[in-house]
Design a protein around this ligand. Structure first.
Ligand SMILES: O=C(CO)[C@@H](O)[C@@H](O)COP(=O)(O)O
Length: 254
């Protein structure tokens, strides 16, 4: 139990969300067995916003997805240590240190996902970034999907590689060399979406390259597509959507 009832409630909501989002990994064929994990930041003091004293909720290591209930989730501090009252179905994920490092370094990040999804991991095995040749990539990733350094699990090196690589990119995804993808988002759901979209574009660009050389998209067009998708797509403000569509139409005529 957490002494602060607001924190208790926030942790309970994060447990529900993270448990449900883990089911999305096998649903979208992003994992085999237990080879993937999702975490969500819990902001301890909403009045001051995200900070170093926040918590994270993540799955227990090696537990199959059908057993990942809210109660099974584990609560850690941003050093990766289990916190009293945060016990779940066992020791936290073996990638907890990487998730925690991202949260410590990137206060704007509220969710982290790691998978070994086939096509994204195949690009990671070659340490080759995925070029921005699809409008869907411009929309979600704002450019190419970068490659991070080779790092062995067990300390902060994976987390550091993620943060250092994403610092110079709009992408919410990084392909860690010889390992696989990590994605980030404003919350865990956004990070899971990025993981799903990453695998889709990794597959599409791979298939395209079997048939020839995919064509790049002009940087200015990438910027316009990214701005529209990030700020208007879906149920965004109708006025903003109308205006952005008009801009895109007008510029297309130019
Ligand atoms: O890649 C690795 C281990 O090398 C992990 O991400 C994967 O096995 C999932 O581990 P967890 O079950 O989250 O501890």
């Amino acid at each position: 139990m957490f002494s602060d009832p607001h924190l208790q409630d926030a942790v309970a909501r994060a447990r529900e969300s993270v448990a449900a989002l883990h089911a999305e990994l096998p649903r979208w064929d992003l994992v085999v067995w237990t080879a993937g994990n999702v975490s969500q930041r819990v902001v301890v003091d909403p009045s001051t916003g995200p900070g170093e004293h926040d918590l994270l909720v993540i799955k227990p290591s090696g537990v199959t997805y059908d057993a990942l209930t809210p109660e099974a989730m584990v609560v850690c501090d941003l050093e990766g240590n289990l916190v009293p009252g945060g016990e779940g179905a066992g020791a936290p994920s073996s990638d907890t240190a990487a998730h925690a490092y991202v949260y410590r370094s990137m206060p704007e990040v509220g969710g982290v996902v790691h998978t070994h999804s086939t096509y994204a991991t195949a690009w990671a095995a070659r340490a080759e970034e995925i070029p921005c040749v699809l409008t869907m990539m411009a929309d979600e990733f704002g450019g190419p999907i970068p490659v991070g350094p080779f790092a062995v699990i067990g300390d902060d090196s994976i987390g550091r590689g993620i943060v250092d690589t994403l610092a110079g990119s709009r992408s919410p995804a990084v392909l860690m060399r010889n390992h696989g993808p990590f994605t980030i988002g404003a919350d865990a759901k956004a990070a899971v979406k990025a993981a799903v979209m990453l695998e889709e574009v990794a597959r599409t660009v791979h298939v395209s390259r079997q048939l020839g050389e995919p064509l790049p998209i002009e940087p200015a067009a990438i910027d316009r597509l990214y701005d529209r998708y990030q700020n208007v797509y879906g149920q965004g403000a109708a006025t903003h959507r109308d205006r952005s569509d008009a801009v895109l139409t007008e510029e297309a005529r130019a």
